[in-house]
Design a protein around this ligand. Sequence first.
Ligand SMILES: [Fe+2]
Ligand SMILES: [Fe+2]
Length: 223
Amino acid sequence: MNHRFADRTLSDLALSLPGSVALLHDHRLDFGCGGQRSLREAASEHDLDLQRLISAFDALPADAPAPDWQGAGSAPLIDHILARYHQVHRQQLPALIAQAQRTERAHATHPQCPGGLAEHLTTMQQELEWHMCKEEGVLFPWLRQGIPLTHVQGPIGVMRHEHDEHAQSLLVLAELTDAFTAPADADEDWRQLYAGLETLRRDLVEHIHLENNLLFVGAQQPG
Ligand SMILES: [Fe+2]
Ligand SMILES: [Fe+2]
């Protein structure tokens, strides 16, 4: 089946097609670390109906507002990543860890209790913090100074590798939480915890996407 969307990569769709980010999230398609796959490949990998997926992309309103990070320079993109993702992860993770500890304690005997969730989130928090510190302290200042990407391929390779590890951590998170689905008899705190984890998942995929597929490939304007 040939179609204007089928063979475009997920990262290209996310960057250029307004509304596509929400649609990719809704189908749990990772356009951060998995951004170089075509929509056709991703659909096949996740056992999704390609035709239905294409119809959903077709139905997106063409005039939906979307920030054009491809037209921005490195500096505005880095400012955005720091404010919208680094700062937000630092707020959301401690709250989610506390909420996970409460839920694990309150529902320890429930068959769907997410045992080990708080511990996993604590590991994610430590790994993310260390990763973000390296970006903030070393790589981002170099990129702001306009050091050519070809000169910083080593550090970029390390960051990409750590992004892959974050993506793996998100898969474990999905396993621990039945794909972020609280049981029918879950209380409000449990439901809110899983809604917060879903938000963390979406934020982290978008965060990685903007670095892997835009900032680290110099696809935006210099500046
Ligand atoms: Fe980052
Ligand atoms: Fe990163």
